[in-house]
Write a protein of this length. Structure first.
Length: 134
């Protein structure tokens, strides 16, 4: 039986499986990444319209309740009076928009309840963001 002649030419490691894994990871991270643009400020002057209908999927008004008892909307600290004006104006512009109330874990409940009361005054729906411990 004749054996094949061995060659000493080393071509290097086979990189095909490594490239496959890299592409699979790339696709996984592209699909799994959440592209939130919540509270992003853009320096754009938007055109004005005379008549507009509210969108069915309007983003929520995010209200952050800080540990100090102050409120923060779109990276701007405001007091309770300004918050009431913003909630009334937001509801007037779009009655279908809801609010998301996010509070610090150490904040007094009374501050979050004030936000809920302001939302109830105008009839705006709201949700409270909380983290469930396991």
């Amino acid at each position: 039986m004749k054996l094949p002649i061995e060659t000493n030419d080393f071509e290097g490691p086979n990189l095909t499986p490594v490239i496959d894994v890299v592409f699979l990871l790339l696709i996984f991270f592209l699909v799994a990444t959440r592209y939130d643009q919540e509270e992003r400020e853009l320096d754009v002057v938007l055109p004005e319209v005379t008549q507009a209908q509210p969108l069915s999927m309007t983003p929520e008004l995010v209200i952050n309740v800080l540990r100090s008892g102050t409120y923060k909307i779109v990276q701007q600290e405001i007091d309770e009076q300004q918050l009431g004006q913003i909630i009334r104006e937001t509801y007037r512009n779009n009655p279908h928009q809801s609010a998301l109330i996010r509070g610090d874990g150490e904040v007094a409940l009374k501050h979050a309840v004030r936000v809920m009361g302001l939302c109830n005054e105008v009839g705006m729906d709201y949700r409270i963001a909380a983290l469930q411990e396991r």
